[in-house]
Ligand binder design. Sequence first.
Ligand SMILES: [Zn+2]
Ligand SMILES: [Zn+2]
Length: 315
Amino acid sequence: MATETSPALPLTPATHAPGPLSRTILGIFVAVPLAAVIIGVPIALVHGWVSWLDIVMLVVIYVVGVHGITIGYHRLFTHDAFTTGRTMRAILALAGSLAVEGRVVDWVADHRKHHQYSDADGDPHSPWQYGPGTWGLTRGFIHAHVGWLFTYTGTDTAKYAPDLIADRAVDRISRLWPLIAIISMAVPTAIGYAVDGWVGAAQAFFWVTLVRIALVHHMTWSINSVCHIWGKRPFATRDRSANVAWLAPISGGESWHSYHHADPSSARHGVLRWQLDTSAMVIRMLERLGLVTGVKWPTPERIERKKVKIDSAAV
Ligand SMILES: [Zn+2]
Ligand SMILES: [Zn+2]
């Protein structure tokens, strides 16, 4: 779906305004992992409450979940950056579900709407919603980073993601998302228990569920907040999307957000020299293995055309 070039769709009506119960559950999901990182990690490190098994499981599930989001949810399902068969689509939907960022159908619908209205009325999470200036951008940063999740009334998935709803396997995985998310928390905890009893289970739950979820969420949310406020803007876009280098290694290359908004269906976001984009590297590997086809690699001429004359404008 070429969201960047499609005719403007009308704003959709509210579909599911979060009620008090939803907001409370969401608040727990936001606050507890954050507290685990800020308060729990220093205490755990001082007492040595960490094992190599915890770190290995954290890194593996983080890397798989993040690339499930970047390659699956984002570059494939949202932007059709390449084509692949039913099995790979299902694997990527499952991998993205491990990141605990919601149903793939909702994620894609919200993100297509973000591109359609980027940093204008209708964008679900623009940091510019409250205007420029210190106070406006402070409120905007909080809104774009996490606040919108508490107030957003939802995107009409039938309008914004009909292709995914029509894909039976992906739609089924989308509906099973809560179960997959729980499994991503339960399995590492069970492994920790098998290795070191209840202490191992508690440590694994802390590191591989709480800390991992906090890291994954704040990394992804930073693409919506940080990458729409600060950074370099070498490419012509109609919004405030920007490249943020320090986020690239932990975001699978998603923080090369200036090029992404200039050329949304490109399979590579980090198109300039030395721009690390591990998601593009994995897509290239899958292409060589014959597992994906029709990859939309940007040509040097296309990249050149997307550049602006005045480079590196930053806020
Ligand atoms: Zn964006
Ligand atoms: Zn996108």
